[in-house]
Design a protein around this ligand. Structure first.
Ligand SMILES: C[S@@+](CC[C@H](N)C(=O)[O-])C[C@H]1O[C@@H](n2cnc3c(N)ncnc32)[C@H](O)[C@@H]1O
Ligand code: SF4
Length: 449
């Protein structure tokens, strides 16, 4: 699942539809990160000292960033390091525990229980079983997650083994997410994945020996060298395995990736599909999953059983829950204020060694911005209820967003009725492209990161 990235504006070759092949695509936050400032950190600090003003607090999620990988994939824009030593990894885990302990003492969060947890990366499964246990137990000492409805742990295939999986289950992990991307050795190699199809088969078989409530498989369309065939074959295998969740992203190529540079230098090892082709393949993939009994819960995730196999971390964030993000570069959203941590390893570590929160930049949303934020994130779930916005903000969204809504409805990308705004399938496939149409004028055309 995507968290804060430091990628920026689009550029480079364009496809037939005028969509730039390079640049950011996925909208993780509103207003865009480029608008967040160091100056706003004082208000974030002040907010933490105030008891929660909400009569009934919204659910609270916890995101924990583990920025370590065995190797860096060509397309990846997440903040992660290959080659950190064991000592550095241990020191980082200590820093995470220290950071959460500071938050646990803040009046704003006093007495709040964590409703959902996500350990993402990087590659959390790179941690040894002993480190995983130390981390999970340590975190739970600051914030009990006894009542958490979902605890997700991200894994890469080569780093999964049975003892580790058993420790994860024992420590309370309910949802295991495996990064697969595609089941084709040639495509995996061209994109710098350090695993083969056989590694995925072994990892998945071992995961199935441990009783996680939900197993998710991450796939991507748009990889270097992929074809209709390689995507179809991957889907066939995944449907055969029948994981509870399947998440599919369209590959984006932000400037901070080796792939971006390879396109610029013309050293690309194969061809890259256009956005039209990516959407076509995603459309086929979702249709294949639906034919196998899955239901789409968002623009990215299909679930096998709609009552039991939700992906709460994504759904709750898109519905206005609070989120506390810890770790280098993580971002939080607490009571209408965004904050992103320092986005480099050493400054993050130094700050916690000195006993201070590693704050990087923040943004205090006004009422109008909160409406836009919740509306655009809600669109990613495919449907926004009008009554929700009337009750929470006193805003009639079909009137508030009348102009972009009528334009996008004329394109055939959404429908408007008195109860809800509903995205059509074509709309859902390009939701991140549509979202900026709803931004306040001051945030249109600004850089992403
Ligand atoms: C942190 S990674 C998942 C765990 C593990 N590191 C792995 O790669 O197997 C989260 C997911 O983001 C997606 N992702 C990474 N880079 C992307 C990009 N440039 N465009 C679209 N999706 C991307 C991939 O599907 C990946 O599984
Ligand atoms: S393993 Fe995952 S986090 Fe690491 S570089 Fe590859 S996609 Fe990014």
């Amino acid at each position: 699942m995507k968290m804060a990235g430091s990628h920026t504006e689009a550029g480079g070759p364009e496809t037939q539809s005028g969509e730039p092949l390079l640049g950011s695509y996925f909208v993780a936050a509103y207003p865009p990160f480029s608008q967040w400032t160091v100056a706003a950190l004082d208000q974030y600090r002040h907010l933490l000292t105030q008891p929660s003003p909400l009569p009934k607090p919204v659910p609270l999620g916890l995101y924990v960033h583990i920025p370590f990988c065995t190797e860096r994939c060509q397309y990846c824009y997440y903040l992660s390091y290959a080659g950190k030593t064991r000592n550095q990894i241990d020191a980082y885990l200590d820093a995470l525990l220290a950071e959460l302990a500071v938050y646990a003492q803040q009046p704003l969060l006093a007495g709040r229980m964590v409703d959902f947890v996500y350990l993402g990366g990087g590659t959390p499964s790179l941690l040894s079983p002993g480190r995983v246990v130390r981390l999970l137990r340590g975190l739970a000492q600051s914030f009990s997650w006894q009542a958490a409805r979902e605890v997700t742990f991200e894994c890469a295939p080569q780093t999964v083994n049975l003892p580790k999986l058993r420790e994860l289950r024992e420590a309370g992990v309910t949802r295991l997410s495996l990064g697969v991307q595609q089941l084709d050795d040639d495509v995996l190699a061209r994109n710098g994945r350090s695993h083969s199809v056989r590694d995925v088969e072994r990892a998945y078989a071992e995961i199935r020996q441990v009783a996680f409530d939900v197993v998710n498989i991450d796939l991507m369309v748009g990889m270097v060298g992929e074809s209709d065939e390689s995507v179809h074959r991957s889907l066939d295998r995944v449907v055969e395995w029948a994981p509870e969740n399947v998440t599919i992203y369209q590959l984006e190529i932000p400037p901070n990736t080796p792939l971006y540079r390879a396109v610029g230098d013309r050293t690309l090892d194969g061809t890259l599909p256009s956005w039209e082709v990516k959407r076509g393949r995603l459309h086929q993939a979702f249709a294949r999953l639906e034919a196998a009994g899955y239901t789409l819960r968002s623009a990215y995730t299909a679930v096998r059983d709609i009552d039991r196999h939700r992906f709460l971390y994504m759904e709750e964030q898109y519905r206005g829950s609070d989120l506390l993000g810890i770790g280098v570069s993580s971002f939080s959203y607490l009571n209408g204020v965004h904050q992103q941590n320092l986005a480099a390893f050493e400054p993050y570590m130094r700050s916690l060694r000195a006993g201070t929160l590693p704050l990087g930049r923040a943004y205090v949303l006004n009422d109008e911005e909160r409406v836009v934020r919740e509306f655009v994130l809600g669109l990613k779930l495919g449907r926004v209820e009008q009554a929700y916005f009337r009750d929470k903000f006193g805003v009639q969204v079909d009137r508030r967003f009348a102009e972009p809504l009528s334009r996008l409805s004329a394109e055939g990308w959404l429908t408007i009725d008195p109860t809800a705004i509903t995205l059509t399938r074509q709309g859902l496939l390009r939701v991140d492209r549509m979202i900026p149409s709803f931004y306040l004028p001051a945030h249109r055309g600004v850089p992403y990161g």
